[in-house]
Design a protein around this ligand. Structure first.
Ligand code: ARG
Length: 232
């Protein structure tokens, strides 16, 4: 995790799954200075609140349990706000709009959208909305893997027909790896909003986080961070 803060600093313990570029990831050297849109935004939110963010890297499906056991205060991990999770955590106001898309090998011409995934082998990251949606597809053989990197590896290895993942993550993968063997399909299954998640009942922290987010949206800081990761 990030460098320990000196004892007079207030620390916000952030949990993430740092395998989700451009939202959270490690550079090639595996530095724990986690990079990405969420990482910059949560650091700015913490700073605005008078805290220092200390970031821990956890499996995606371990994030809510880590918060429930008191190891982290907040989750910044491209986490989609949905009803099921709302029963388990307090969400901040939404900070990003996303949705699910499909990646297939470039030479695959029979999968054109979600309707063509029936009976197919599909790789997804465990515990995600992609997993949930894939499991609803009739006859699909769903491989739930630990990371989004693993899902792309399975596709490259020819072990699955398709990957379902959040749209910006699919696009970033293709752009960064200059991977010409795969393509992202236009069909978008859902519209999803990301929120920071806090422990159920911690409305005090939620209010502080929402106030900080609001300030960052008003003072242009949010736009700067957005531009850095999604600007052209
Ligand atoms: N938005 C999706 C969800 O909430 C995927 C998030 C995965 N995030 C990550 N850091 N691996 O289920």
């Amino acid at each position: 995790s990030d460098k320990a803060a000196s004892s007079d600093e207030k620390v916000l313990r952030v949990g993430t799954n740092a395998d989700f570029a451009p939202f959270e990831f490690q550079d090639e050297n595996g530095s724990t200075e986690y990079q990405g849109f969420d990482m910059d935004l949560i650091r700015a939110v913490a700073k605005e609140m008078g805290y220092t963010a200390e970031i821990q890297n956890v499996n995606f499906d371990g994030l809510i349990p880590a918060m429930e056991s008191g190891n982290i205060d907040i989750i910044a991990s491209g986490m989609t706000i949905n009803d099921e999770r709302k029963g388990q955590v307090e969400f901040s106001d939404p900070y990003y709009t996303s949705g699910l898309t499909i990646v297939v090998p470039k030479d695959n011409n029979d999968i054109k959208g979600f309707a063509d995934l029936k009976g197919k082998k599909i790789a997804v990251q465990i515990g995600t909305t992609s997993m949930e949606e894939a499991q609803k597809i009739e006859g699909a053989d769903v491989k739930a893997l630990n990371s989004s990197a693993d899902t792309f590896m399975e596709l490259k290895a020819g072990n699955v027909d398709a990957v379902i993942n959040d749209l910006p993550v699919n696009d970033y993968y293709i752009a960064k790896t200059k991977d010409t063997d795969v393509k992202r399909l236009d069909d978008k299954l859902t519209s999803e909003e990301y929120g920071f998640a806090m422990k159920k009942g911690n409305t005090e922290l939620k209010e502080k986080v929402d106030a900080a987010l609001k300030t960052l949206k008003e003072n242009g800081e949010y736009d700067k961070i957005y531009e850095k990761w999604f600007g052209t």
